[in-house]
Design a protein around this ligand. Structure first.
Ligand SMILES: [Zn+2]
Length: 82
């Protein structure tokens, strides 16, 4: 998986597996396990567009569930744009 480095200055990181990764233009190509660990530490998964890691979405007013649709897929409530 591809992971965007937490900070531009971070050019190298050790994965949980002990493997050392080197970023290419701020992007790491890692195993899924190491990639998820880096995301937990502040890395982000690049979007298909490549520009931002967050898409504009909606959030359920009733339960707080994040959604890309105006109807909550968890409780059926109404989601508002965030
Ligand atoms: Zn909801």
């Amino acid at each position: 998986m591809r992971v965007v480095a937490p900070a531009r200055a971070v050019a190298e990181v050790d994965g949980l597996s002990g493997r050392r990764y080197r970023a290419q233009d701020g992007i790491y190509e890692m195993s899924d396990r190491d990639g998820r660990a880096l995301v937990a530490l502040g890395g982000s998964v690049p979007s298909l567009a490549g520009a931002t890691s967050r898409r504009a979405g909606y959030r359920c007013a009733a339960c707080g569930f994040g959604s890309f649709f105006t109807t909550c897929s968890r409780c059926g409530g109404t989601c508002i744009k965030e």
